[in-house]
Ligand binder design. Sequence first.
Ligand SMILES: Cc1cc2nc3c(=O)[nH]c(=O)nc-3n(C[C@H](O)[C@H](O)[C@H](O)COP(=O)(O)O)c2cc1C
Length: 189
Amino acid sequence: MSAVKVVLISGSLRAGSTNAALLRTAGDLGTGHAVTTLYAGLATLPHFNPDDDHEPLPPAVADLREKIRTADAVLFCTPEYAGDLPGSFKNLLDWTVGGGEMYQKPVAWINVSSFPDGAAGAHRALRTVLGYTGADIVDDACVRVPVPRHAVDPDGIIRDPAIRDRVDDALRLLAEHVRSRAGDTASDS
Ligand SMILES: Cc1cc2nc3c(=O)[nH]c(=O)nc-3n(C[C@H](O)[C@H](O)[C@H](O)COP(=O)(O)O)c2cc1C
């Protein structure tokens, strides 16, 4: 099959976000496992309202759904706020429940928390919500890669080789899962 397309979705709106930095870094790897697109519309989504979940959709929602629909897989990276998903990110996920784009879509997440068992509540909740969408959770690619704030360079990229290797590994596993589902087990090279 052609290159595996992965849309990268961060759950953080913070300018210096470590979650967004990790996903930006995934796009910077250049190892060829996947072609990535960093979703940048989280702040523009309206509050989820089932009354608005029909055509014509709010443009930001249509854009989100199109990005997911045209991707082979989704890689999430989210912080935890007060033991749960950030409200803005849960809002994004709520918009994905009714559209059907996530159904059987291979998905994974990377937990960047530096604390042992950090952000566990958020990732439990993420698994629950993705279960409602019918997404295909690729457990092998769901990993913890601690990212201290000082690991993010001023340009928002992480250059620590150990972190980059782990991100590359997760992306490879996600891409391999997509390929195996497509019945194409050809190597990445
Ligand atoms: C209001 C608030 C609540 C937080 N609650 C939690 C929490 O419950 N569990 C946790 O592991 N981290 C918590 N944190 C820490 C953030 O998840 C952490 O700062 C994370 O790096 C933010 O991600 P970002 O760098 O991508 O913005 C909280 C931070 C804030 C500002």
